[in-house]
Design a protein around this ligand. Structure first.
Ligand code: HEC
Length: 247
């Protein structure tokens, strides 16, 4: 049988792995999954309890979030909308930005689109990257955002890890401190594995907020591709039928 080159090409293309969105930098994989609704629900709870005191998400409405994540209005109002308001309000921090800028020296950015501008791997590394640094006003520093103005708001969960340095002498004879890793400092309420899960859920939620229709779009995409494959098969059979007597 003659192999139809068009068919082979179309099959090869349909089986090619999808191009992944760039995570940015070389941070460890955040391991998030926007199709994991329970994880997104936990992430929303984490966000409301630990982030919203300073950060807003002004492109996200509470009722949209509730509908997408299967959260009832009662749970929404009792457990997530801690600062009150109406379900059709956007997510605003109780802290005015100007006030926050004055307190922290820098305004906490709106987090609606942060996953799109930074990438989930960066966000996970950022939330894992706080370590004790007594020279900073907040008492902490961060491996991915040096001298950040954000305090380690999750220190009671993660604990406070301490940096381990290595002294490296440069070619010109100057000795520098290089951060090589962390050692456990004051313990937190969560084990390291539980903290990893906490961060994964929170970052997953930030990813969802960056593009709320993403999960739906991806699910729909599978059906579109299947439809195209069936259509292709039919068109190919029809072409064979039309041309079978023409030699
Ligand atoms: C006490 C106030 C406060 C809380 C609570 C807080 N942040 Fe922040 N956050 C800040 C400030 C201030 C900045 C600006 C830091 C800077 O630019 O140095 C910031 C910056 C950030 C950034 C931007 C980092 C970058 O690369 O520019 C992210 C992401 C972030 N916060 C995530 C979170 C998450 C997630 C939570 C909840 C777990 C949270 N923050 C809770 C104050 C806070």
């Amino acid at each position: 049988m003659r192999i139809d080159r068009g068919l082979v090409l179309a099959l090869a293309l349909s089986l090619a792995p999808p191009v992944m969105a760039a995570g940015g930098g070389s941070y460890p994989d955040a391991g998030t999954d926007i199709h994991d609704t329970p994880s997104l629900q936990r992430g929303a709870r984490n966000f409301a309890n630990y982030c919203m005191g300073c950060h807003s998400a002004q492109y996200m409405r509470w009722n949209r979030l509730a509908a997408d994540l299967g959260i009832s209005e009662q749970v929404l109002e009792e457990n997530l909308m801690l600062a009150g308001g109406k379900p059709h309000d956007v997510i605003l921090s109780a802290m005015p930005a100007a006030q926050a800028a004055e307190w922290f020296g820098k305004a906490p950015p709106d987090l609606s689109l942060i996953a799109r501008s930074r990438g989930v791997d960066y966000l996970s590394a950022f939330l894992h990257g706080f370590y004790a640094d007594p020279s900073r006003p907040t008492g902490v520093n961060n491996t991915v955002l040096a001298n950040t103005a954000m305090p380690h708001v999750l220190a009671n969960l993660q604990g406070l890890q301490e940096a381990e340095y290595e002294l490296v002498t440069r070619e010109d004879g100057v000795t520098e401190q290089h951060l090589v890793g962390f050692k456990a400092g004051a313990p937190g309420e969560l084990t390291p594995e539980q903290y990893d899960d906490f961060v994964r859920d929170t970052v997953n939620f930030l990813d969802y907020m960056g593009e709320p229709v993403k999960a739906k779009r991806e699910r729909l995409g599978v059906w579109v591709v299947l439809f195209l494959l069936v259509l292709f098969l039919l068109a190919w059979l029809q072409k064979k039928e039309y041309w079978k007597d023409v030699r």
